[in-house]
Design a protein around this ligand. Structure first.
Ligand code: C2E
Ligand code: CA
Ligand code: CA
Length: 570
């Protein structure tokens, strides 16, 4: 048939719509027709479930697309649409993003051909397919992929039985590193081999799928038990060990596994099946890899709690730090026999969680990088408060905690120095606290930040000394201005004579290096007396005051100043 005849042979819009309906459930792609004359669009019915579409047929084509298309891509599509509509372009081929029904951008490849009538564009008919995420099979592992797994599960679900069995997610530990060291080809070979070994180990009634990256999923819906799954994991481990040995230890690698039983999946919603298996494997990796983790409700609830808190923290940072607050704890100077400063401590509370401990939320802020904006915010709060507190005590010092993430991933030294200048403070009135364990990971960036702050007159405190690996080398090398003794170190010293002697000796050494000492965690008068034997320059602890809001802190120092004025007048 001639090409012109072929175009003449296509049907009316209604006929094309019927044809789309007829074949749509035999394919994963979506067929569509866009009728230019009537500003009408028709797409395979299953598209409605997948994408943010009001229906699989609609008028006002561009208006609906404005909602459907990912905002960054809409302009380009509009330009393209104009060319097609006014006949300047006869074929359409564009990769861009549609929003999924649950609001995520999905890459699609949309192709089409314009059919003309009386020399004018009449309609465009074509096909849309998803570029990513729908992989049916993987050529490297030689296995079926996620889309096939979903089909298998759907098929099983339609059989209307509640199967017993398990899902075992297996991941190669450190494949990224192997790829980097030995090349992608080697990594691919390893992936292929591992797939083969797993296949050898599984039973005929078990299915094996390739997930993504370095992960596989073994599905047993035939009554497999936890014991069976663990046995299977052991078998896979042994097979891999044999391969390593046969390969003369050219590469040594391990696999981790996450196990979840069907009944747990039913309890937490089958829709979350993949997420649940992902969670189990992640837990195994967190446990140090080369191990099999079995799903535990308590762990999963803690994980969900953490995820929720993470979302709330993110929202709070986005919405003007709502729920964040700066607290201030007195720093007492033994020379001056008075409160001379405060440590700024971050607080977070929300309606749902109430007051959350920094021990819980600071690691989340660090993990997500949110500590960078939140750290900037607390620094600003601290400097602002310091200006205020200096109206009561002119020589007031403020201290802030720095996270290593701020140092490694932002220009925190610049933020600090410009903040001090903005508030017109003297740099020596700011104390920056860094913990010793952070210094252990020290690299050039860390040392540069430290040197730049020190060079500009900011005081540096080595926080939590004695809590980890006390490395005395840092004392001479980094020359901090203040060493803060960890609260637990102090508590131990209060409880055991030996620890007390040790702390005493240590404090002597700090003084011999001409560094100042701050003892944390002083709670009672008795403790204060014992601590005085160490002759610390500074003391911090509940005895002098718990961390409190700014107004309460201001009142505390006002009372102190008022009291000493009274004493002087007497
Ligand atoms: P840290 O820097 O060692 O802060 C001292 C912690 O000890 C504070 O706990 C304080 O409330 C507590 N504390 C002080 N004196 C006493 C005492 O006499 N008895 C007892 N039982 N506790 C005392 P908090 O506020 O819960 O902070 C915990 C940790 O969270 C901090 O330890 C610090 O590492 C981190 N953190 C808090 N705020 C920030 C912040 O703004 N930025 C960063 N990066 N970390 C922060
Ligand atoms: Ca601190
Ligand atoms: Ca501390």
């Amino acid at each position: 048939m001639e090409r012109t005849d072929a175009l003449a042979a296509v049907g009316s819009v209604e006929e094309v719509c019927r044809l789309i309906d007829l074949v749509s459930d035999t394919m994963d792609d979506y067929l569509y027709i866009c009728d230019f004359q009537n500003d009408f669009y028709y797409i395979s019915p299953q598209a409605k479930k997948r994408f943010l579409l009001p229906s699989n047929q609609f008028h006002n084509v561009m208006k609906v697309h404005e909602q459907l298309v990912y905002p960054d891509d809409i302009m380009e599509l509009k330009k393209e649409f104009e060319l097609l509509e006014n006949g300047e372009r006869k074929t359409h081929s564009m990769m861009y993003r549609w929003m999924s029904a649950d609001g995520k951008p999905i890459w699609i490849n949309c192709r089409g051909r314009v059919i003309e009538k009386d020399g004018k564009p009449w309609y465009m008919v074509g096909c849309i397919n998803e570029i990513g995420g729908r992989q049916k099979a993987d050529n490297i592992s030689g296995l079926l992929g996620e889309a096939s797994l979903k089909q298998y599960i759907d098929r099983k679900a339609s059989e209307n039985t509640a199967p017993e069995g398990f899902f075992l997610r297996v991941g190669i530990d450190g494949l990224k590193g192997i790829n980097a060291r030995l090349g992608m080809e080697y990594g691919d070979m390893l992936l292929h081999r591992t797939a083969k070994y797993i296949q050898h180990c599984i039973l005929p009634q078990e299915q094996l799928y390739y997930m993504s990256g370095d992960e596989f999923l073994i599905v047993n819906l035939q009554g497999g038990t936890e014991k069976d799954a663990k046995k299977l994991y052991k078998k896979i481990q042994e097979k891999i060990e044999q391969f390593i040995e046969k390969n003369n230890y050219q590469v040594v690698y391990t696999v981790s596994a996450g196990l979840i039983l069907c009944r747990d999946i039913r309890e937490f919603g089958s829709a979350n099946l993949l997420k649940l298996t992902e969670f189990t494997l992640n837990q195994a990796k967190k446990l140090g890899k080369n191990t099999c983790y079995t799903f535990c409700e308590k762990d999963y609830k803690a994980f969900l709690h953490r995820q929720k808190l993470m979302r709330q923290l993110r929202k709070a940072v986005k919405h003007g730090y709502e729920g964040f607050e700066a607290y201030f704890q007195p720093l007492y100077s033994t020379d001056r026999d008075r409160i001379f400063g405060a440590e700024t401590l971050m607080r977070f509370h929300s309606e749902e969680f109430g007051m959350v401990s920094p021990a819980e939320f600071i690691p989340i802020l660090e993990e997500t990088g949110l500590i960078i904006p939140a750290g900037r915010w607390i620094l600003d709060q601290a400097l602002m408060a310091c200006v205020q507190f200096q109206k009561v005590i002119p020589d007031f010092h403020i201290s802030v905690n720095l996270s290593p993430v701020q140092i490694m991933k932002s220009c925190v030294d610049k933020d600090i120095l410009s903040g001090i200048a903005r508030y017109g403070l003297s740099p020596s009135h700011l104390i920056v606290e860094l913990t010793e364990s952070d210094l252990l990971e020290s690299d050039l960036r860390f040392r540069r930040t430290w040197a730049r702050l020190k060079g500009n007159g900011v005081q540096l405190a080595l926080d939590d000394f004695g809590s980890g690996y006390s490395n005395f080398r840092y004392l001479t090398e980094m020359q901090p201005d203040i060493i803060k003794i960890d609260r637990l170190f102090t508590a131990n010293a209060m409880a055991h004579e030996f620890d007390f002697r040790q702390l005493l000796l240590f404090c002597e050494m700090v003084h011999s290096l001409n560094l100042s000492l701050c003892i944390e965690g002083t709670e009672t008068r008795e403790e204060l007396q014992r601590i005085s034997e160490m002759v610390p320059e500074y003391i911090q602890g509940y005895y002098f005051g718990k961390p409190c809001e700014r107004a309460a802190f201001e009142q505390l120092i006002e009372e102190q100043e008022w009291g000493s004025k009274q004493n002087r007048q007497r």
